[in-house]
Ligand binder design. Structure first.
Ligand code: AMP
Length: 360
């Protein structure tokens, strides 16, 4: 379900293992449909199309956060759905998600539920300014978010969010942002990738650096948070956990994604098993693969017209270019990414990327 670049890279990984993928999305020219055996083009809540889609499947998974969880629930009556639709439901609602994380004993930034401008004013008062108003549903990449600063008008901020339900979060003056991707198999075994460090520009991921520049104790804590959350969700598949590292060295969970994640693209070129192959293994009930990191890596998203550099990137020895087959390079649209590999443990070394000295 869903047929963007995450679906495309999952289908490619599945094909390498001999599987054929069918994809479902409203987009007739989607990145995943280009590399899939079959594509159903319909709205996500088209029940007849969902039933037709299920006929061809042995197992269903999703790659897009905003596939209605009711559609995955409907499919799960017809064919095994992994992760369970309930995992999608939790991650689709920022309030449910934060409640779930805290109930598991893992910390988030302080937050309040707000259903109108009056509640917003009260929440901003108790959390302090600046704070951030976020829509509860259909939010990703900073969409539906409003920074509430001193003197901000609650009515105007509420209108700007453009949604009927929200949460307000304390602003975290973080030292850095990290994420962990963990896979969980049907038998409960898990395998996590090294924590990585993410740099966002305008709320959208710009760069991922693997591994994160944090000490071993903090990395272990991030991994144990990931293990705890994926077990509590009883999730079969992949869970990506975005976290803030505070200036006093604490970890606060920001967001969960029960699917492959942009901050895991580096695993395609740098790890024994990519996140996409790992998802296929988990949902098809195969043994999980090794998450060992063979290289240090920096992944850079190519947004909008940045993709026009593709020729120069290909001329760069050692750069791994991935393009998603999208027709139009609209500003901010994820068109592709490039991963540069470094000898493991050599981050920042003067030697430069692996492969950079192989051409004369
Ligand atoms: P989100 O859509 O919640 O992942 O937010 C997108 C980005 O906005 C995050 O990766 C952070 O860079 C920033 N952000 C979100 N929530 C907060 C917060 N409570 N404090 C500081 N920055 C935040």
């Amino acid at each position: 379900m869903g047929a963007g670049q995450l679906g495309r890279m999952t289908a490619l990984a599945a094909a390498r293992l001999g599987y054929r993928c069918h994809v479902f999305s409203p987009d007739p020219r989607s990145p995943a449909a280009q590399v899939a055996e079959a594509a159903v083009v319909a709205d996500y809540d088209d029940e007849a199309a969902l039933a037709r889609f299920a006929e061809g499947l042995d197992v269903v998974t999703f790659e897009f956060e905003n596939v209605p969880h009711r559609s995955v629930k409907l499919l799960s009556d017809l064919v095994p759905a992994r992760p369970r639709w309930e995992c999608l439901r939790i991650s689709q609602d920022r309030l449910d998600e934060k409640d779930f994380v805290n109930a598991t004993g893992v910390a988030t930034a302080p937050y309040r539920r707000v259903d109108d401008a009056v509640a917003l004013a009260r929440a901003a008062e108790s959390l302090g300014r600046p704070c951030i108003l976020k829509s509860r549903r259909l939010g990703y990449d900073g969409k539906g978010q409003v920074l509430i600063e001193d003197g901000a008008d609650p009515e105007a901020c509420w209108a700007k969010m453009n949604a009927d339900a929200g949460i307000v979060e304390a602003f975290v003056p973080f030292e850095r942002e990290i994420s962990v991707i963990v896979a969980r198999a049907a038998d409960g075994r898990t395998a996590a990738y090294d924590p990585v460090e993410n740099c966002h520009v305008d709320h959208v991921l710009d760069t991922t650096r693997a591994p994160a520049g944090i000490d071993a104790a903090l990395a272990n804590e991030a991994l144990s948070i990931a293990e705890r959350l994926v077990a509590a969700m009883k999730l079969v598949g992949l869970l990506a956990i975005e976290m803030f590292v505070t200036r006093d060295g604490r970890l606060l969970v920001n967001e969960l994604a029960p699917r492959p994640h942009n901050s895991g693209h580096w695993t395609v070129d740098a790890c024994a098993t990519s996140q996409f192959e790992q998802l296929v293994r988990a949902v098809c009930d195969l043994p999980l693969g090794s998450t060992e990191r063979n290289f240090d890596a920096v992944m850079h998203n190519l947004l909008g017209s940045a993709v026009d550099d593709w020729h120069a990137i290909l001329a760069e020895p050692g750069a791994r270019l991935h393009l998603y087959g999208k027709d139009e390079a609209r500003p901010g649209r994820k068109m592709g990414h490039v991963t540069r590999l470094y000898r493991k443990g050599s981050f920042g070394a003067a030697a430069g990327p692996v492969g950079a000295n192989t051409q004369t």
